[in-house]
Design a protein around this ligand. Structure first.
Ligand SMILES: [Zn+2]
Length: 290
């Protein structure tokens, strides 16, 4: 009799022990989960809660200054959040406190703005037989965009067709989306035909953009055109840019030698490959906050 009773008591003790341990573990798990997810707060007058990680996605609500939310996941420079009243959506991280890390270490998490030079009524420079720079800048930018998207990057183009876009609107897009890199595509022109040849990489803000210029320029040595290196260039599209920005002059359109390359899809594909490799290296080695 006694031994049976003590057995039951023993069983009770085990059960109590098991329940205690379960509650303890659950408690630890809840606490870990809570502290694992970052809490953020809106630090501007109001932000849009969007359906996806980008300004191109529809807004499904607004959040006012001081609204608090939990970050469930991050992509590009956007947070997928749960708001205090249980709404879910994407918010631009630069409108929140704390902002968190802005460092991008992989191309597949980068936001890149590509700028095909000229367009519409602005033809750009002309080849000897009257072919227009604007045609080839767009072709090239589209090739780069396709490759970057294959690698998971978010890509914005300042134009996707033959239309006029003001100079000011180009860096404005970069500034609006907080681009991790901005690349403007052009083809050079010398005062007279066949006076100059080769490709040049330009930056404006040395501290912000030199390493991007350097990393991309390093890739441009496999082309049939001479690499003229890196230079400072006072161009509005890179000067008015708050983010790492370069302008590439990918050959002289009024040089017969260069134009034979520029007009070929193979050359444009090689350049596109080089640019994407350069960007990939740039993000892999980037320790900057941009
Ligand atoms: Zn140009």
């Amino acid at each position: 009799m006694r031994s049976k009773r003590s057995k039951i008591a023993h069983r009770h003790q085990s059960l109590i022990f098991l329940i205690t341990v379960t509650f303890l573990l659950a408690g630890i798990l809840c606490w870990r989960t809570y502290s694992y997810f970052k809490q953020v707060e809106v630090n501007v007058a109001q932000v849009q809660l969007r359906q996806g990680p980008g300004i191109e996605y529809q807004a499904k609500g607004q959040l006012k200054r001081g609204s608090r939310m939990t970050v469930l996941r991050e992509k590009y420079r956007w947070y997928y959040v749960k708001t205090a009243n249980n709404k879910f959506g994407w918010v631009a991280s630069w409108n929140l406190n704390p902002q968190g890390s802005q460092t991008v270490t992989k191309l597949n998490n980068a936001t890149i703005v590509l700028d095909p030079g000229h367009g519409g009524s602005d033809s750009g420079a002309l080849s000897a037989n009257g072919k227009m720079e604007k045609t080839y800048t767009l072709k090239l930018a589209k090739k780069v965009a396709a490759l970057l998207r294959q690698k998971g990057a978010k890509v914005y183009l300042t134009r996707t067709s033959d239309k006029f876009v003001s100079l000011a609107a180009r860096p404005a897009l970069s500034n609006q989306v907080h681009a991790n890199a901005f690349i403007s595509f052009h083809f050079d022109s010398s005062p007279q035909q066949n006076l100059a040849s080769g490709v040049t990489t330009y930056y404006y803000h040395r501290q912000l953009s030199y390493s991007l210029a350097h990393t991309i320029n390093q890739q441009l040595n496999n082309l049939n055109l001479k690499n003229r290196g890196i230079d400072f260039g006072n161009f509005e599209v890179i000067r008015d840019n708050d983010y790492p920005a370069v302008l590439l002059e990918m050959g002289y359109i009024n040089s017969d030698h260069d134009f034979a390359e520029i007009r070929s899809n193979q050359y444009l594909a090689e350049v596109a490959n080089d640019v994407v490799k350069g960007l990939s290296n740039y993000f892999a080695t980037s320790s900057s906050t941009n």
